[in-house]
Design a protein around this ligand. Structure first.
Ligand SMILES: *Cc1c(COP(=O)(O)O)cnc(C)c1O
Length: 423
């Protein structure tokens, strides 16, 4: 089902014309479809029926409070990588017991905050973290439920900046060293080892790396059990890819079934931690054309969204589909163009070498599949206000993060007392 589609010549998010939102909110803005978010959740929920498994939304993909709350209201837990994300998950009503805390560099103060809040599981990624967590838990007189994240040395076949399960990546404990780490954890009095975690990368479009990783993790679990550890949980991580261009990622159902099959008989409760797959295709970025500049080789369409609003094209060489918000006539001529922002960087582009129907100043464009790692990675570079976010649900829409005013941005900063005050 397509939640973003042309109707009466205008692109709609569900029942709302993007043009209507643009008139009220201004551009650029992110727009999320609540029905699309629920549909992605529903597919996981249906596929997981009857399995001993739980779903934790990886908040870092899109940490807008309304998005977290939508999933939280459906009973989904949260996978977090910072105390800030923990606070968001709690603020959105997710019970602390359903929160899993991942991350390669957690500070003692952060571990303390997580234990005080009652976070359900901490995925430890290093031997040093085991010691820090043990000390912090001791100070609080608690026992921390942990898994150890292992690095299974599997190539996820994705972009180098989002692969995490190779020996050269900083994540997890090398699977060949994992038995030692579990032995250490088992001997620490304030830790309770409950399982093993993995997360091999993001935007995976094949299930084979998951199969290969689970085979390795299975044999580790057998070793760990023979060493006397209780391994009750297996955290599979996230990583399932979405469609940006012509990828053919596995369906959620296929993914869950393959994981179910590969872990059959293991007797572990599974945790799925999808981020991108739950939100990526449910969001778009809408921007207005400022001007069109013909060049010698191609035309530059300069729009009011930029790399600070959506950094994926320049950071990950990501390809996002760009469509005019007003439906082009089927026979409309196209021009070869780059869709670029107004920032003083050559890396400031949203799309390059596209053949689009000719656009003119004031027209709106929509950048597809921008719901994941879009707004969360936005900055205010060039003193551009942080891009606002909107949620549509049926024929309703609401601003879920307003655009800050320049006055608010300036008011958040301080002049050192030794400098002469302006004015
Ligand atoms: C980022 C992350 C996820 C989610 O990854 P996606 O590719 O967005 O599904 C899940 N688990 C952990 C530990 C992560 O760091």
């Amino acid at each position: 089902m397509n939640f973003f589609a042309y109707r009466n010549g205008e692109m709609h998010a569900e029942g709302v014309a993007l043009k209507t939102i643009a008139q009220q909110v201004g551009t650029p803005f992110y727009c999320y479809s609540a029905a699309a978010l629920r549909a992605a959740w529903q597919e996981f929920a249906d596929a997981m029926k009857g399995m001993n498994a739980s779903l934790c939304y990886a908040v870092k993909a899109n940490s807008n409070l309304a998005v977290i709350k939508l999933f939280g209201d459906l009973g989904v837990g949260a996978d977090i990588v910072s105390v800030g994300e923990m606070r968001r998950a709690l603020a959105a009503g997710i019970p602390a017991g359903r929160i899993v805390y991942s991350g390669v560099g957690k500070k003692a103060s952060e571990l303390m905050a997580a234990l005080e809040a009652g976070v359900g599981q901490i995925n430890v990624e290093s031997s040093a973290e085991l010691e820090t967590l043990n000390a912090v838990a001791g100070q609080l007189g608690r026992k921390a439920d942990i898994t150890i994240r292992v690095n299974p040395d599997i190539d996820a076949g994705t972009h180098e900046k989002i692969t995490t399960g190779l020996k050269e990546n900083k994540f997890g404990i090398d699977i060949d060293l994992a038995r030692g780490a579990f032995a250490k954890a088992g001997a620490l009095p304030n830790l309770r080892v409950v399982g093993v975690a993995m997360h091999i990368g993001s935007q995976l479009t094949s299930l084979q790396p998951y199969r290969d990783a689970i085979v390795r993790v299975r044999s580790l679990i057998e070793d760990l059990r023979s060493d006397g550890h209780r391994i009750d949980r297996l955290d599979i991580g996230g990583g399932l890819g979405i469609v940006y261009a012509d990828e053919t990622p596995p369906s959620i159902t296929e993914f869950v079934q393959v994981v179910g099959k590969e872990t059959a008989g293991l007797g572990c409760e599974l945790t799925f931690e999808p981020g991108r797959r739950l939100v990526g295709e449910a969001g778009v970025l809408v921007s207005e054309v400022i001007l069109v500049k013909p060049g010698v080789f191609k035309t530059f369409v300069i729009v009011d969204a930029a790399m600070n609003d959506l950094i994926r094209p320049t950071l990950y060489d990501a390809w996002h589909d760009v469509l005019p918000v007003r439906e082009p006539r089927p026979d409309a001529a196209t021009i070869r163009c780059d869709i670029v922002g107004p920032i003083c960087e050559s890396g400031d582009y949203l799309a390059q070498n596209r053949d689009l129907p000719s656009l003119s100043a004031g027209e709106l464009i929509m950048v597809r599949s921008a719901g994941a790692y879009g707004a969360v990675m936005a900055s205010s570079y060039n003193s551009r206000p942080l891009v606002p976010e909107v949620m549509v649900d049926g024929t309703r829409f609401a601003i879920t993060r307003p655009r800050p005013s320049i006055e608010e941005m300036i008011a958040a900063e301080r002049i050192p007392p030794w400098m002469a005050q302006a004015g």
